[in-house]
Design a protein. Sequence first.
Length: 121
Amino acid sequence: MPFGIRLKDFEMAMQDVYDFFYDVNLGLIERGLQRLDDMLRPAIMSGVLSDMLTASLAKHSRSLTVNLYHNGHPDLLVNGIYPDNKVKAGSEGVEIKATRKAGECRRHSRRTRSMDVRVCL
């Protein structure tokens, strides 16, 4: 895979997200409330998942870091490629997209970059 990303990096990032939702939902259910993923609107849930996966994959990856440019693309950059690890629209990195709609997952963005990660729920 590009940028020295390992399958294990994805596994650990996904496990972080599963663990978070398990812990939060358990606490909510114990209090008689709905699960977080049932409370949030789909667009908000997609954004939360995308942000969590981005942060967690950056944490576990040997070479990637979060793009510090607000709403910059791609979401993850190769560490040190761009000044201060931020770029408005770069070509070296990984874009993360989580969605419940399979069609959106396929057509998310046409920006040029080296890798996309799409999580279709």
